[in-house]
Design a protein around this ligand. Structure first.
Ligand code: ZN
Ligand code: MN
Length: 481
């Protein structure tokens, strides 16, 4: 069994106003307050294209390595639903603004982007269980009607659910980096639909199933995993997989059938008569291209080249805008690039991953990180203690100085207090001393371990190793004399 995965992503553009009217682009306002005759489809109201939408769409498309078309146009996608009072959505069907882009995944795979088009969003429904009337009715909020979107359509180039997840993560970071989208999937600013089909050993392919409205990268992976296993089971049982649209339910962690899939021609697309052709000059495209900030992949390469960060870490540090900012600021306040990279990748990011929450620089302030790194580098605390402090900062926000005092974590690193303990350990382990004398010098590690145990991890291991060796070698020369 092999699976074929393609994605369609709707990204809200963070413009000041809506796509075709001057209503505020603000989804979370009081319901039905940011509306006007244009975005609610009143007879005679005419749309006027917001130029900032064009600017943002081009920024996004260029960052995704697309060709921008100097001429594109708008069309009507017709369907009925209560959240769409006009009865059609303005989109770009026949001539999209951009085509032929790509994102390269960490395994080197190039996922092609077939097209990017501008369109408007529909309103939002609240169904009985969640609405204030507690009855079996539905409410509609039209604030979202006319909010500008770009729809990004990939080729079916992905085979694994993890690839789809990485694609979404990279896409989200790119759109955030060029500042056209907030990346907030939970709030619906970035919505992902996945097209999944499965091909069996004989090359027979199932029909394509579309899973709609997946609201986090993790759920993109989960939803696709679920669909692949569901479709495979249906195929193995000899039944045919219906072509349908399913919805991801993040509570039951499963997909549920919504409707049989409509064909493209059910929408009766036709050119939008109320909007002129969209024309953008070569000069404008060039100007926008030059104004783009450094993109995540370029950033990763720069970390490798200029800061000597190993490829794997550079990728991880550059893959999220907040993390890369945190990393660069860590260097600015005097943490060495190597330390910053190691501590952020191995310790800081691990804490957020452990409770699968989004990175938040406020949870481990850089001044705290710097103190922990300095404590460790000067051997005042052990690596183990550093981990403990880091976890405590993450949990309670306390200052590392306070934590060190409270938990009594300072390393014992003065010789006079360590020598007796080392001697004690040596006298207690005659057999190991014997091995050492026979030339097995690696047993030093055993003595270090024993001292660490006696001091509850607070001894400086490097110093203990040095002392153990000196004492043992001293004894050895005593005996041969
Ligand atoms: Zn409006
Ligand atoms: Mn769409």
């Amino acid at each position: 069994m092999k699976s074929v995965i393609g994605l369609e992503i709707h990204a809200q553009l963070s413009t000041k106003t809506k796509a075709f009217c001057s209503c505020k682009n603000e989804v979370n306002a009081e319901p039905n307050t940011n509306i006007c005759p244009v975005c609610t489809g009143q007879p005679g109201a005419l749309p006027v294209l917001n130029d900032q939408v064009v600017e943002y769409a081009i920024r996004g498309a260029l960052a995704l390595k697309c060709d921008i078309h100097e001429i594109s146009s708008f069309d009507r996608k017709n369907y009925f639903y209560p959240d769409l009072p006009k009865g059609y959505q303005i989109t770009q069907y026949f001539h999209p603004i951009a085509t032929n882009g790509h994102i390269v995944l960490s395994n080197g795979k190039r996922v092609r982007i077939r097209r990017i088009h501008i369109e408007e969003d529909a309103g939002k429904m609240f169904h009985s269980s969640e609405n204030i009337t507690k009855s079996t009715s539905s409410l509609v909020d039209l604030n979202r009607c006319g909010i500008p979107l770009i729809e990004i359509v990939t080729e079916p180039d992905m085979e694994k659910p993890e690839e789809a997840r990485e694609f979404i993560e990279k896409l989200r970071n790119i759109l955030k980096t060029v500042e056209i989208n907030t990346g907030n999937m939970e709030e619906g600013a970035l919505r992902c639909d996945a097209n999944v089909s499965v091909v069996d050993e004989n090359g027979h392919s199932s029909s394509r199933v579309e899973v709609k409205n997946i609201n986090s990268p993790r759920f993109v992976q989960r939803a696709i995993e679920y669909e692949i296993s569901r479709i495979s089971k249906v195929m193995k049982s000899g039944k045919t997989v219906p072509m349908e649209t399913r919805g991801w339910d993040s509570v039951s962690k499963s997909t549920v059938s919504m409707r049989s899939k409509e064909a493209e021609n059910d929408y009766r697309y036709f050119p939008e008569p109320d909007l002129p052709i969209l024309s953008v000059s070569k000069e404008r495209i060039e100007r926008i291209k030059k104004s783009l900030p450094e993109l995540p992949d370029e950033k990763a390469k720069r970390y490798e080249r200029e800061l000597n960060i190993k490829n794997e870490n550079a990728q991880l540090l550059a893959k999220d805008k907040e993390i890369s900012k945190y990393f660069e600021n860590a260097i600015k306040i005097g943490i060495s690039p190597k330390d910053a990279s190691n501590w952020i990748v191995n310790e800081v990011m691990a804490l957020f991953n452990a409770d699968s929450s989004e990175f938040d620089s406020k949870k481990i302030p850089l001044t705290h990180l710097k103190k922990i790194v300095e404590y460790t580098n000067s051997s005042k605390i052990s690596r183990l203690a550093a981990k403990e402090i880091m976890a405590e900062v993450y949990k309670s926000g306390k200052d590392p100085d306070t934590i060190v005092k409270e938990k009594n974590l300072l390393q014992v690193s003065d010789e006079s207090s360590l020598v007796p303990i080392v001697k004690e350990v040596i006298s207690e382990n005659a057999k190991v001393v014997e091995q050492y004398r026979k030339g097995k010098t690696t047993v030093i590690g055993f003595f270090v371990g024993a001292v660490m145990k006696k001091t509850k991890g607070k001894a400086d291991p490097k110093l203990v190793g040095k002392l153990a060796k000196e004492i043992l070698d001293g004894e050895k020369s005593d005996q041969t004399d």
